[in-house]
Design a protein around this ligand. Sequence first.
Ligand code: KIV
Length: 277
Amino acid sequence: MRITINQIKEMKQKGEKISMLTAYDYATAKIIDEVGIPLILVGDSLGMVVLGYESTIPVTIEDMLHHTKAVVRGAKQALVIGDMPFMTYHVSADDALRNAARFIQEGGAQTVKLEGGVTVAEKVKRIVECGIPVMGHIGLTPQSIHQFGGFKVQGKTPEAATQMLNDARALDEAGAFAIVLETVPAPLATLITQRVSIPTIGIGAGIGCDGQVQVINDILGSFTDFVPKHAKQYAKLADIIRNAVTEYHNEVKAGSFPTDKQSFSMDESILAGLKES
Ligand code: KIV
C-alpha cells in the first residue's frame, strides 16, 4: 500500500521524524522505496545534478514529466511528489491547476510541490480543491535565485522572518499537506514548525523540523560541482565511479577486457563451415 498524505500528517502529530529524498530515475527510486523512505521528490534540482544547468530555471515540464514517470515506475510504497518547474504555476490559477494535473495524470505522481508562500496560496487552494495534494516550499526557493542574488540563508531580518512565518501560515490555510523549509536559520524553522499544523520538511533548516529532505546526489557524493553546507556525504560515489571507469578504460586499452567469462561461444562445426565458404 502506498503512503498517504494523511499518514504523513499523522507522523507530525506522533512526533515521528519524516525522511524524504529526491530521485530522478527508476533504479534509484526503487532503492529508496525499498529502504522505506515515505516521500520521494522528483525535484527540479535535476536541472543541475542530472542535466548540468547552472540553475533550476531552464527545466521544463516535459523534463519533469519524463523523470517523474521513471521514478513512479520504481516507487511502489513511497508518495511521489512532482516538482512544478519555473513558470508552470505563476501566470494564473487555471494554468497552475492544468500543469499540476499533468503531473498526476501523465506523470503518475500522487502530489506536486511548488515554491512560494502568500503569493501562491490562492493557486495552492485551487489545486487542492480539485483533489491534488500540494507540498509548499519557502525560504531559499531556487526558482527565485535571481531575485535573491545567490544561494543565501533566508529569513535573517525581522521583516523577512515575519514574512516567512506568514508564508507558512498561508500555505497551511490554503490546504498544503507539508512545507519544505530551505536554507532557513534553525531557530526560525523550529518556530515555524511549532506554529503550523502540517509537517515541515527541512533542508538546511536544522533539527527542529518535522522531517528532512536532501538531494540524493549530495548524500551519495556523486555530484562534484559543489557540496552544499547542509549536505552530509554518506558515500563518495564519484570516487567509486571514477576508479571503476579508469580500470575499465585501462583494461580495454590493454586488451584484458573482455575475457572468456564475458564472451559467448558457438558450435565449432558452424564456424569451420563458415571459414571454408
Ligand atoms: O528540487 C529539489 O530537489 C528541491 C529540494 C531541494 C527540496 O526542491
